[in-house]
Design a protein around this ligand. Structure first.
Ligand code: DGL
Length: 271
């Protein structure tokens, strides 16, 4: 039977900043009736260059705040935080909410459909150096060959220029890495990269499948709520978008990442 009361509680989504809005957008598209609370830790952006210990400390405090807001499910929408802090956040939250990340749904997909394929991955330094994808793939014995490359400046460049052709030269530099040749598919393991998906497809002249995790993650969230009888089918889907540091450029960037005008609110988590 459906847990009526709990189903009304919101889904909490957090990221290092506004990039996770690409994931939030996909979640909203798949689950339009869910109440959503988004938190972007813009005060500490970027997580991609931070130590795992720092990201863990930030993530636990954010999870605490989302629990205070009665979230039934907390989605870590940031790849760097998913790599560094998922286990710790899960332990901290315990049975108070479901905790999901942006890595496991992708691993399950790879396990199902990409056996014996050669897969490339791009992401921040934190995500790539954590080696988490490789560890999970090896654990499942999927026979996938995974090669990774840290594309350190790409997220900042997308924030600065959006989907502008100036990104092409940076992309050409990164994607020409020997680690990203002769691959069947490329995983976009960063919240920002879906914005430039077409540029990446064009770089490979359509010969490499580009795997954008936001859709896959949104479907996994829906599936998990269905499984646990926690789908909210009765609300109109309220949305709150919080950031820990508010600037005009975050407000402008939010539109790019969420693909529609939204109102960011300052949430003084660190004051
Ligand atoms: N959200 C981060 C990620 O997906 C990218 C931006 C950052 O480094 O904070 O890894």
């Amino acid at each position: 039977m459906k847990n009526q009361q709990r189903a009304f509680q919101p889904i909490g989504i957090f990221d290092s900043g506004i990039g996770g809005l690409t994931v939030a957008h996909a979640v909203v598209a798949h689950l339009p009736k869910e109440n959503i609370i988004y938190f972007g830790d813009t005060a500490h952006l970027p997580y991609g260059d931070k130590s795992a210990a720092a990201i863990q400390a930030y993530s636990v405090k954010i999870a605490h705040m989302l629990l205070q807001q009665q979230c039934k499910l907390i989605l870590i929408a940031c790849h760097s935080a998913s790599a560094a802090a998922f286990e710790l956040v899960k332990e901290y939250v315990a049975s108070k909410a479901i905790v999901m990340n942006v890595i496991d749904p992708l691993i399950q997909l790879l396990h199902k459909h990409y056996t014996h394929k050669r897969i490339g991955l791009i992401g921040t330094k934190q995500t790539v150096n954590s080696n988490i994808y490789k560890k999970k793939i090896d654990y499942l014995n999927t026979k996938i060959t995974l090669t990774t490359h840290a594309t350190n400046l790409l997220a900042a460049a997308i924030e600065e220029f959006g989907n502008h052709k100036i990104i092409d030269s940076l992309l050409a530099e990164y994607l020409s890495s020997p680690h990203l040749q002769q691959i069947d598919a490329l995983i976009l393991a960063c919240t920002h990269y879906p914005i430039i998906k077409e540029r990446i497809t064009a770089y490979y002249k359509n010969t490499v499948e580009i795997i954008d995790s936001s859709e896959i993650v949104a479907k996994a969230v829906k599936h998990r709520l269905e499984e646990d009888n926690l789908l909210n089918t009765d609300s109109t889907g309220s949305k709150l978008f919080y950031v820990s540091d508010y600037t005009e450029s975050f407000a402008t960037g939010a539109k790019l990442f969420f693909n529609q005008e939204i109102e960011l609110e300052h949430y003084p988590l660190w004051d």
